[in-house]
Design a protein around this ligand. Structure first.
Ligand code: GUN
Ligand code: FE
Length: 419
């Protein structure tokens, strides 16, 4: 089927660069982008058009690090730093996913809220429960949210309400991987919670499983000073945090590492050398007192960086809001260190193209990419007749748009919001 969209198209193929087509066109054939540009190619003229008038047609958002099982506590319990916060709030909340009915209710609502806010691709932690993780994946597949989901592995230093033995963790992972075979647009990713939560035996088994089954890995890195002290104690043979993953075959192409707030030059180089994705989670870094990440340095050195909401360390699910926080946090960093802050175009790149490329896309609305797009009606925002340039209208959305302004969402070619 050919879908022809008309509107003010804004995409980004390079960090900091916007390509805007005022009254432009976006064409997909069988869910795959065939054309983007200012004029409609001859071959499509005369076919039915979905005309969005003066609305903005943007790339959809990729949230590259969030914890689905923490959705029930979103925007609460933000008064403790990471390690205390995990024990007091995150672990007890995640433990409730032992109840499959509860998990289905929570995950259905989460998936709807993500799509309503224009997030169509994710890399998401579930919880240690394999059945509830499959329920999350079922809800995603049914609603049209795509991406990677992980059953969390955590066999030490945990909580009386949330624990698994090494053997249980392995068996549960195998059951979950078996259950994942039925999904088309939702894929498994191995998810050791972080080094302090996993025994060497479990880490080694996960590394072996990643290699044998050709799976990607998702975890946390150098987020917080107390966490890093613990990692150093647990692995005296490793001079840096990343080596605790590398030692077990978990540090490899497409490994996702959330936070990287305190990664130094050597750790950043190790990420580049192995094509590891660093996910910047600015709201969470503020809320649970981890620090102000060196995003500009990571970008200037050529690291691969995308954006994550990290709910519920992060208290904002909409990626438009996460972009605003990324910009403002980068200004805090600028005042501390002089690092040049992020601008709106850069934040848009991090929330879209940088994440979409994880899934094999070419930058921007490139022909060949599956169609992931959002349509935003900003006519009720601002002052009538203000005639702002498209780049400024995009920036304004970060601060002023709500899900009601998002009129349509396309995910992998399927319309998942709007008539
Ligand atoms: N490190 C280990 N687990 C977590 C988590 O749930 N949230 C965050 N922000 N960091 C973690
Ligand atoms: Fe996290």
């Amino acid at each position: 089927m050919t879908e022809i969209i008309k509107g003010n198209v804004i995409h980004t193929t390079r960090l900091g660069e916007l390509t805007c087509f005022e009254g432009g066109w976006l064409v997909s054939v069988d869910g795959v982008i065939a054309y983007v540009g200012q004029t409609l190619p001859e071959e499509y003229v005369g076919l039915p058009v979905t005309d969005y008038g003066d609305m903005l047609v943007l790339q959809s958002f990729a949230d590259m690090h969030l914890h689905g099982a923490q959705y029930p506590m979103l925007a609460t319990g933000l008064d403790l730093p990471l390690m205390d916060w995990l024990t007091a709030y995150a672990f007890p909340t995640e433990s409730r996913m032992a109840d499959n009915d509860y998990a289905r209710m929570v995950y259905r609502k989460l998936v709807r809220e993500l799509l309503d806010n224009g997030t169509t691709r994710v890399a998401m932690f579930a919880s240690l429960h394999d059945e509830a993780t499959l329920i999350l994946m079922e809800e995603m597949e049914a609603a049209g949210l795509t991406g990677y989901v992980g059953k969390v592995n955590m066999d030490r230093n945990n909580h009386v309400l949330l624990q698994e033995t090494t053997e249980e963790s392995k068996a549960s992972t195998l059951r979950w991987l078996e259950g994942c075979r039925k999904f088309k647009n939702v894929k498994p990713i191995l998810t050791p919670r972080f080094t302090p939560s996993c025994t060497d035996e479990l880490m080694a088994w996960l590394g072996e499983t990643a290699r044998e089954r050709d799976l990607y890995v998702h975890s946390h890195l150098s987020e917080n000073d107390k966490e890093m002290e613990l990692v150093a104690q647990l692995h005296p043979d490793c001079s840096q945090y990343w080596e605790t993953y590398d030692k077990f075959g978990l540090w490899k192409d497409h490994t996702i590492m959330a936070h990287c707030v305190h990664s130094d030059a050597r750790e950043r180089k190790a990420m580049r050398d192995h094509n590891v994705l660093a996910v910047h989670c600015p709201d969470s870094n503020n809320n649970i007192c981890s620090g102000v990440a060196p995003v500009r340095i990571l970008l200037e050195e050529g690291n691969w960086v995308a954006l994550g909401s990290d709910i519920s360390g992060g208290a904002h699910l909409p990626m438009l809001e996460v972009m605003a926080i990324a910009v403002s946090t980068s200004k805090t960093r600028c005042m501390m260190t002089g690092d040049r802050p992020l601008n709106a175009a850069e934040a848009y790149y991090l929330a879209t193209t940088a994440g979409h490329c994880y899934f094999g896309d070419q930058p921007g609305f490139a022909p060949g990419n599956p169609l992931h797009a959002v349509v935003v009606d900003d006519s009720s925002i601002g002052v009538p007749g203000d005639h702002l340039p498209l780049a400024e209208r995009l920036e304004r959305l970060f601060y002023r748009a709500k899900s009601e302004h998002i009129k349509a969402v396309y995910s992998a070619g399927r319309k998942v919001k709007g008539e």
